[in-house]
Design a binder for this molecule. Structure first.
Ligand code: G1P
Length: 272
């Protein structure tokens, strides 16, 4: 059973400046709920009860969000607004939130390695909160944890088909089809130009990783953009047949871009 979910949340969110000057990008709300809270909700739906968050010195608002605010609670107590805090308060009550700081921004692989101290030696999930996912019944992470039960020795990345021109925004995989929506990965490249992309199957921000990944990241050289890429670390394990890619059921919004953020906002507003 996967109990821990890692949230890399140290990045600057420069695409959303000036909004992200003082507010972490993970705290930007889609309607009234911060992106990160959607992520925690998804982790809980998949059976996780420990949220391991990799932050930085600019991200104190995240810790405050997943804690009590007695002044606000007192002021809305007994009013119709009380219900607005029910969900987050229940998260605080039922889950453990732990934090560690990433001091240097050296890429997603490095962020995940920074979280090792919170994860220890067990398989874990990773959610990138700016990939916001929705589904009809079973959450994307839940679909992946079920798959992990079948393939406990494998890492799993979520994938979706993207337009070929967009391959340079994602990690891109190719692999051998096991079923219609499961592939055994044999190649993965971080943000290739369309002409160099192994396919149009892009990794989105949901991963199940085995603890073996930590040692691999430690020996992974900086790749695209001079950063330590999780895609490159996973490629080492893919060579041993230990990485699966899963084409999930559901909708995903790229809330790391203004367009995707607006799309998500409209979608959740219309969903009611
Ligand atoms: C990261 C990963 C990339 C993946 C993407 C999903 O990139 O490096 O492989 O496709 O997340 O959102 P980022 O969007 O952080 O640049």
């Amino acid at each position: 059973m996967i109990k821990k979910c890692l949230f890399p949340a140290a990045g600057y969110g420069t695409r959303f400046l000036p909004a992200t000057k003082a507010i972490p990008k993970e705290m930007l709300p889609v309607l009234t709920k911060p992106l990160l809270q959607y992520g925690v909700e998804e982790a809980i739906s998949a059976g996780c009860d420990t949220m391991a968050i990799v932050t930085s010195k600019y991200k104190k608002a995240i810790e405050d969000h997943f804690d009590t605010n007695t002044d606000i609670e007192k002021s809305i107590s007994g009013s119709s607004k009380e219900i607005l805090l029910t969900e987050v308060n229940s998260m605080i009550e039922h889950c453990t939130f732990s934090y560690t700081r990433q001091v240097e921004m050296k890429g997603l692989g490095h962020a995940i390695l920074t979280g090792q101290t919170l994860i220890g030696n067990e398989p874990f999930a990773v959610i990138l909160a700016d990939d916001l996912c929705d589904n009809i019944d079973v959450s994307v992470l839940s679909q992946m944890t079920s798959l992990h039960e079948k393939y406990p020795d494998c890492c799993i990345v979520a994938i979706e088909e993207i337009p070929e021109k967009d391959t340079n925004k994602y990690g891109v995989i190719s692999g051998e089809k096991i079923t219609d929506n499961i592939f055994r990965v044999n190649d993965m490249v971080e943000k290739p130009e369309p002409k160099d992309a192994p396919s149009n199957l892009a990794i989105i921000g949901r991963y199940i990783l085995t603890p073996e990944i930590f040692e691999v990241i430690k020996t992974t050289k900086p790749g695209k953009g001079g950063e330590i890429q999780i895609t490159d670390a996973l490629m080492t394990l893919a060579k041993e047949g230990k990485v699966l890619a899963y084409k999930f059921d559901g909708k995903r919004f790229d809330c790391g871009s203004v367009d995707g953020f607006v799309e998500a906002t409209n979608y959740f507003y219309n969903k009611g």
